[in-house]
Write a protein that binds this ligand. Structure first.
Ligand SMILES: C[S@@+](CC[C@H](N)C(=O)[O-])C[C@H]1O[C@@H](n2cnc3c(N)ncnc32)[C@H](O)[C@@H]1O
Length: 261
């Protein structure tokens, strides 16, 4: 799969922090209160954004394991956090090798929308078997809205969402449907599940983030190949002009999930 750029992740983080549902984040922290020496495993950790969101909310110290396959992102996490966290490089597809010993809470952000149904079911079965809880934030839910509409917005979104269903390294991805499948699967496996909307709001002053986001949307829509190139170019020119000159607001739907046994 294509790698995630640390510049992109850094630009996202302030928007992610505001988007995360505060109630579920607090409840995830609260779930560790009764554990004497809690260990948290953050999967697909990137540079450690979930660690930075969750750790200040904990009532007691917890040990964090940050897990990712990308050594450049783990290097960046090391620059941020030194040896206050364990950094582990590995492939999530090898679910049986996940370092789950003593883990009370598994966390993830912006991860499950990359995953296939088969991966989600295997993952839940494995986590469930160990009894850990799960806090999975910022799962893209297929919605995108701009403050200034364009006639092609719906067509672009349909192509983008269809492109999300390609293989992102876990088999054919469920994309915008992944959060519901994950929540259902957790319920079927005996978890009490809470979900909450966590929409991303990119304001006019998030110019660089909006530019990179648009580049990603345009690339996906070209690749999907359902719209004429001239239509895509018109839409992209309009959107880029809005971002650069007039300022526009863009909302991208996400869902947070907290599952506790
Ligand atoms: C969208 S990024 C989210 C990063 C971080 N959680 C955040 O919110 O900033 C997805 C992350 O999953 C990691 N990832 C993707 N596929 C993986 C795999 N098969 N094994 C381990 N990590 C993976 C990527 O390297 C990346 O860090």
């Amino acid at each position: 799969m294509s790698g995630f750029d640390r510049v992109w992740l850094a630009l996202r983080e302030p928007v992610d922090i505001l988007a995360r549902d505060a109630g579920l984040l607090a409840a995830a922290a609260q779930s560790l209160e009764s554990v004497s020496a809690p260990t948290v495993l953050d999967i697909g950790c990137g540079t450690g954004s979930t660690f930075r969101a969750l750790s200040p909310r904990l009532g007691k110290p917890a040990h964090f394991r940050l897990f990712d396959h990308d050594h450049r992102l783990l290097d960046e996490a090391r620059r941020w956090h030194g040896d206050t966290v364990d950094l582990i490089q590995g492939d999530l597809n090898d679910i049986g090798a996940l370092p789950l010993a003593e883990v009370s809470l598994v966390t993830a952000s912006a991860l499950f929308d990359l995953c296939s149904e088969q991966f989600i079911r295997r993952f839940v079965a494995h986590v469930m078997q160990r009894g850990a809880s799960l806090y999975a934030a910022l799962n893209y839910d297929g919605r995108m809205r701009w403050s200034k509409p364009h006639p092609l917005d719906e067509a672009v979104l349909a192509s983008f969402n269809a492109h999300q269903l390609s293989d992102k390294g876990f088999g054919y991805s469920l994309g915008p449907q992944a959060w519901e499948t994950l929540a259902d699967c957790l319920r079927e496996n005996g978890y009490t599940v809470r979900t909450a909307e966590s929409p991303w709001t990119m304001a006019a002053d998030h110019r660089e983030l909006q530019r990179l986001f648009l580049d990603g949307v345009v690339r996906a829509v070209y690749e999907y190949g359902q719209l004429d190139e001239s239509e895509i170019r018109d839409w992209a020119d309009f959107r880029r002009k809005m971002v650069d000159r007039e300022g526009s607001l863009c909302q991208v739907g996400h869902q947070d999930i907290l599952a506790i046994r």
